[in-house]
Design a protein around this ligand. Structure first.
Ligand code: UD1
Ligand code: CA
Length: 452
């Protein structure tokens, strides 16, 4: 059996997106914490071929963002946006000698399912030379119309160039197309621009292909998959679609959401079975929550890992690099950043733990702060296992507290505390007998004199 050829990807991302009313290139606007183009890359993640992004407006910025997400992505420039065929043709040198098939997706169309692309691949294997993805449009509007004969696509006519009869067709072009790499690039380069807009239409390739005896077929998908983002309205609607799907998936996977509509997920959020998520919780990018953990109301998590059976919040903030082991407890108004909290350790109230390690079973008292920043550099605080940090302790990093040590309440700890020791780092208390009563009467007398 012949080895299966890879399918390469051309991702169009050169358009300006004028209707977004934005200084940010359209494909960098985010859904669920990931830029639009990244959603399209995720759709194509299983294809295994080369990936080429075609950039134009804001090209430097888009290329940098794409390479940050996918270091192997190839960038092709389309200096002037002369149409979708012209855009595809710009990917030719990046795909030189690539062979196999290529699929073209739009960077502003985030919901194409991997299964849909797999169906298109199957149609290619069954002998279709070109496969376009179409859908039955509820409101065909300005979409390109697909003209078919039996199950063959003879041509696509753009709305502006269509006759009344053609405009009555409801089978519309999503834009997505798959073909042999050589065929796609050759036909894209052969397209002319004699039409209502003077653009080079990729939708001309079925007709060009037919003239050389190539057969084009239509794969279909649900209209929801083809949702493209053109306005802030579209972006908000797409976010809602994404969030609904993410909530439904979490529920299916055995996560309790007490108030699903109030929980906000990122594209990469992973939550284990039997976790309980209370109302109004936000998962920023890069969060994993293990089984049986409970995230209490109004917590905000980002770049954090929450171990099994841990309890977070209410009102907790976990920032990037927060690593919470199993059975930990992070309470209200606590912020954790770039810190590892050991099994069963507790940070229950009003604390900031940043650039720190906290050992197993250690208890961090209320109002504790790791003073990690000296105005220029960040420093680490290392706290051992079974330690008791007294309330309102300032741990001035770099500093180490050994296993089974204690710090007394209200201390400013600037020196390392050896294992098993108690650090008393505050001024000794002095009581002045009767002094308060005397001071009160003097002050009250002064106030009465002022009024009189
Ligand atoms: C295109 C299709 C139309 C289809 C519709 C679905 C053509 C000629 N028409 O129309 O049949 O129904 O999509 O949404 O293909 N882009 C570039 N460079 C360019 C032109 C476009 O990168 O020179 C990118 C845009 O940024 C956008 C995508 O390609 O992401 C589609 O371009 P757009 O101009 O929106 O095409 P439509 O007119 O919507
Ligand atoms: Ca469009």
């Amino acid at each position: 059996m012949a080895e299966q050829m890879p399918t390469h990807l051309i991702l169009l991302a050169a358009g300006e997106g004028t209707r977004m009313q934005s200084d940010t290139p359209k494909v960098l606007h985010e859904i669920a914490g990931a830029p639009l183009f990244e959603h399209a890359l995720m759709s194509a993640a299983a294809l295994g071929g080369r990936r080429v992004i075609v950039v134009g407006h804001g090209g430097t910025q888009v290329a940098a963002a794409a390479q940050a997400v996918d270091p192997e992505i190839l960038v092709a420039e389309q200096a002037e946006q002369l149409g979708t065929a012209h855009a595809v043709a710009q990917a030719a040198s990046a795909l030189e000698g690539a062979g196999g098939d290529t699929v073209m997706l739009y960077g502003d169309t985030p919901f194409i399912k991997p299964e849909t692309l797999a169906r298109m691949q199957a149609m290619r294997e069954d002998g279709a030379d070109i496969v376009f993805l179409g859908f039955e449009a509820a409101d065909p509007g300005r979409y390109g119309r697909m003209v078919t004969e039996g199950d063959t696509l003879t041509r696509i006519v753009e709305f502006k160039d269509a006759t009344e009869d053609e405009r009555a067709i409801t089978l519309c072009n999503s834009g997505v197309v798959m073909a042999g790499t050589e065929t796609l690039l050759r036909l894209a380069a052969a397209v002319g621009n004699d039409n209502a807009t003077g653009e080079f239409y990729l939708t001309d390739i079925p007709a060009l292909g037919a003239a050389e005896g190539l057969v084009t077929k239509v794969a279909t998908c649900d209209e929801a998959e083809t949702l493209g983002i053109n306005t802030r309205d579209d972006l908000a609607a797409a976010e809602a679609v994404f969030q609904d799907a993410a909530r439904a998936e979490a529920l299916t996977n055995g996560v309790t959401l007490q108030s699903p509509d109030t929980v906000h997920f990122s594209a990469d959020t992973v939550i284990g079975r039997d976790a309980i998520i209370e109302p109004y919780v936000v998962f920023g990018p890069g969060v994993t929550v293990e089984s049986g953990a409970r995230i209490r109301a109004f917590s905000h998590l980002e770049g954090a890992h929450v171990g099994a059976r841990a309890v977070i919040g209410p009102y907790a903030r976990l920032r990037p690099g927060a690593e919470l082991s199993n059975d930990t407890r992070v309470g209200n108004f606590v912020e954790i950043k770039n810190a590892q909290i050991g099994d069963g350790a507790k940070v229950n109230h009003l604390s900031y733990i940043g650039d720190a390690g906290v050992g197993a079973r250690t208890n961090i008292g209320a109002g504790t702060i790791t003073c990690n920043y000296d105005g220029v550099f960040k420093h680490r605080t290392e706290i051992g296992s079974d330690v008791f940090i007294g309330s309102n302790t300032m741990l001035v990093a770099p500093v180490t507290v050994g296993d089974e040590a204690m710090t007394a309440t209200g201390g400013v700890v600037t020196m390392d505390v050896p294992a098993g020791d108690m650090a008393l780092a505050r001024a000794r208390q002095v009581n002045k007998p009767g002094f308060a009563r005397k001071l009160f009467s003097r002050l009250r007398a002064a106030k009465a004199a002022k009024k009189g």
